[in-house]
Design a protein around this ligand. Structure first.
Ligand code: 291
Ligand code: CA
Length: 133
């Protein structure tokens, strides 16, 4: 195995941010939803999209480590109230905070907080960029 792969596995183990097949990474940079999506694509990944509680916890740990909420790759831009992954597929798992989603004003993106809970939020805030690979 190449050194880079070994280092990467050790890093992931120490940082505890892998869940199943996916690894989640942040480098501290921030952006709005479009910037976050583009940044992860450019890095060869996807904006982190939690599909189960293990993945959600792995992402939550990164939010806690950086003390900054993050957008996830879920939105209802196309149809209000119908939250979908970036692929266009309807979400099969959610972890909404109490009372959310409430579409306050217009909130079509989703942020994850340090408690792991989700809030629908304007897509134009600056959030920690977390990608999945
Ligand atoms: C903020 C935004 C909303 C969120 C709302 C609730 C407020 O708007 O983050 O996306 O839904 O907070 O958390 O909950 C309560 N109980 O006030 C607040 C705007 C006034
Ligand atoms: Ca909300």
């Amino acid at each position: 195995m190449y050194c880079a792969s070994v280092f990467s596995l050790v890093w992931i183990f120490i940082n505890g941010n892998s869940a199943g097949e996916k690894t989640f990474q942040a480098n501290g940079s921030e952006g709005d939803f479009e910037t976050s999506k583009a940044t992860c694509s450019q890095a060869g990944g996807l904006l982190a999209s939690p599909r189960n509680s293990a993945e959600n916890t792995a992402i939550q740990q990164i939010v806690v480590r950086h003390n900054k909420a993050a957008y996830v790759g879920i939105n209802d831009i196309e149809t209000e109230g119908s939250f979908k992954y970036l692929s266009g597929e309807a979400i099969g798992y959610s972890n909404w905070a109490g009372g959310e989603p409430n579409n306050l004003g217009t909130e079509d993106c989703v942020e994850i907080h340090s408690d792991g809970k989700w809030n629908d939020r304007s897509c134009n805030e600056k959030r920690l960029i977390i990608c999945e690979f």
